[in-house]
Design a protein around this ligand. Structure first.
Ligand SMILES: Cc1cc2nc3c(=O)[nH]c(=O)nc-3n(C[C@H](O)[C@H](O)[C@H](O)COP(=O)(O)O)c2cc1C
Length: 196
C-alpha cells in the first residue's frame, strides 16, 4: 500500500503542509492495520516542474518530452495506490506549483483523454484526495480547486476520496484547528484502507 502526498504550497511547515502531514499519519495508522502503508511526501516547490507545452508527443509515447523532475513524479504517481494533494488558494485558484504538476498529468493520457493503455491498469481506481487551505473565512473560496481535481478524477475512472477544506492565514496557524487536523487524518486513513 503506497500513499503519496503532494504538497503544493511553497511554505514548508505551513498550513497545507501540516494538514498533509496529518493525512499521511492517518495513512500510516490505517496501513499498519493491513499490510503497512508506505508513505512519501513530495514538496513541489523543491522540484523543477515546467508547464505542459501541449506538443502532443506524449499522445503517442506516453512519455513527456520535458526532461525535468516531473518524469520521476510520473513514476511515483503510477506506483501509488492513493495520492493526497494539499494546496492553498492563491488568487482564487491553486498555486502555480500545483497547476504545473496537474497539467503534466497530460502525459499519462492518450489523445482522447483516456489513460495510455500501458498505464490504464495502474491508474484505474487510483484513490485521490484533496486538502485545501484558504485565507478567507469561507472554505468554499477553494471550490475552484475542487472543481479542477474532482472532474479530472471522475472522468478518468479514478476514485475520489473527497476533500478537506480549511481556513487559515498565518504560517502554521492551522495547527490550532483540531477539527481540520482530524478530518485530514481521516482522509489519510481512508486513502490507505483496503477497498471493500
Ligand atoms: C499569492 C497569494 C495569493 C492568495 N490568494 C488568496 C485568495 O485568493 N483567497 C484566499 O482566501 N486566500 C488567499 N491567500 C492566502 C493563503 O491561501 C493562506 O495564507 C493559506 O493559509 C496559505 O497556506 P500555506 O500555509 O499552506 O501556504 C493567498 C496567499 C498568497 C501568498
Amino acid at each position: 500500500m503506497k500513499v503519496l502526498g503532494i504538497m503544493g504550497s511553497p511554505r514548508v511547515g505551513g498550513n497545507s503542509d501540516i494538514l498533509l502531514n496529518r493525512a499521511l499519519a492517518g495513512a500510516e495508522v490505517a496501513g499498519a492495520e493491513v499490510a503497512g502503508a508506505e508513505v512519501e511526501k513530495i514538496i513541489l516547490d523543491k522540484k523543477s516542474i515546467s508547464g505542459c507545452k501541449d506538443c502532443k508527443k506524449c499522445n503517442e509515447t506516453g512519455i513527456c518530452v520535458i526532461k525535468d523532475d516531473m518524469l520521476e513524479i510520473h513514476k511515483k504517481i503510477l506506483e501509488a495506490d492513493a495520492i493526497i494533494h494539499s494546496v492553498p488558494v492563491y488568487f482564487f485558484s491553486m498555486t502555480a506549483q500545483m497547476k504545473a504538476y496537474l497539467d503534466r498529468w497530460c502525459a499519462l493520457f492518450d489523445a482522447q483523454w483516456r489513460w495510455q493503455k500501458v498505464y490504464y491498469p495502474k491508474m484505474r481506481g487510483k484513490r485521490i484526495g484533496l486538502i485545501t487551505v484558504c485565507g478567507a473565512a469561507d472554505v468554499h473560496m477553494a471550490d475552484p480547486i475542487v472543481n479542477c481535481f474532482q472532474p479530472t478524477v471522475e472522468m478518468s475512472k479514478m476514485h475520489w476520496l473527497g476533500t478537506v477544506m480549511a481556513s487559515a492565514n498565518g504560517k502554521g496557524e492551522i495547527a490550532d484547528n483540531e477539527e481540520a487536523k482530524q478530518q485530514a487524518f481521516e482522509l489519510g486513513k481512508k486513502a490507505a484502507e483496503l477497498p471493500d
